[in-house]
Design a protein around this ligand. Sequence first.
Ligand SMILES: Cc1cc2nc3c(=O)[nH]c(=O)nc-3n(C[C@H](O)[C@H](O)[C@H](O)COP(=O)(O)OP(=O)(O)OC[C@H]3O[C@@H](n4cnc5c(N)ncnc54)[C@H](O)[C@@H]3O)c2cc1C
Length: 310
Amino acid sequence: MTTWQHEVARRVRGEIVRDAPLAPRTTIRVGGPADLLVRPSDPGALAELLRAVRELGVPLHVLGGGANTLVADAGVRGVVLRLPPDLAPEQVSPGRLVLGAGQPTSRLWVRAHALGLVGMEFVAGIPGTLGGAVAMNAGTRVGEMKDIVSRVELATADGAGFVDAAALGFAYRTCRLPAGAVATRVELALREGDVAASERVMQEDRDRRRRTQPLDRPTFGSTFRNPPGDFAGRLIEAVGLKGHRIGGALWSDVHANFVVNAGGATARDVLALVNVARSRVKDRLGVALETEVRLLGEFLAEDLQDLRAS
Ligand SMILES: Cc1cc2nc3c(=O)[nH]c(=O)nc-3n(C[C@H](O)[C@H](O)[C@H](O)COP(=O)(O)OP(=O)(O)OC[C@H]3O[C@@H](n4cnc5c(N)ncnc54)[C@H](O)[C@@H]3O)c2cc1C
């Protein structure tokens, strides 16, 4: 281990893995290792980690369920933080539910329904964690996280506290978390209602996804944001790329905005598909597609073109 890895391992309680493979921790199953993967065992250990990386000048990246992330083949320098689901206890008050940000997003409707609460039907079928759902303002045409999140607890090297959702700049598939902040708890505002009706709506959405999305293959969901008034999948199909394959990656023939790992895909393969779609859609249809998927790690500049990695 290098000096900084030793120092983090010495100071922080929790699960600490050097050269940790990240591909199995993403839904598309692509990419190299993290220098150090850290799962702090409790809020105090997380606070110590945040102080340690600041003092040591080590980059910190947060990974949730990896359902919207493409990891570089060369991996990620610095610390990749994963929150354990039970880092924070659940809290319930009338119409309010507070869950740990490391919980799977599915926990939201499981707990809401158990408490007789509804209003979060759009999350059915959105994989990942609550922290990732907040960071992405995850949602569908019928709802998004900003509709149900009232406050988010953020942790930084200077401490932790709840912030009103209104201060987080939620917008289409994005939100403005302060630099270096980790979402640790999410407060949701839900309403009492008909749980059976809510479950039916969610089941219809899951059935729709089974028909329209390649759920049996490794994928990170939508690759591009939908441009105003249109659908990225329609544009990719219109330029003849539905089913197009590069190496082990292909544009799904079920949903053209989904890249799937058809076996042995590399991040390079995925980026080559992304780049060919962006340039062909721009050249032929005049539309500049923007990526929704987050890029994590050390990509080659030639593969990135004008995309950005964190
Ligand atoms: C089959 C499939 C279907 C999908 N359908 C949808 C859909 O309908 N709608 C939709 O919006 N998305 C969809 N997605 C994408 C994905 O599920 C969402 O973006 C999800 O919210 C990502 O959560 P995650 O925990 O996996 O985030 P990750 O991919 O792990 O991370 C995404 C971003 O969030 C940040 N982040 C994660 N946790 C935290 C935290 N605790 N604090 C601060 N930042 C954090 C990461 O640093 C990263 O920038 C789909 C994906 C798949 C594979």
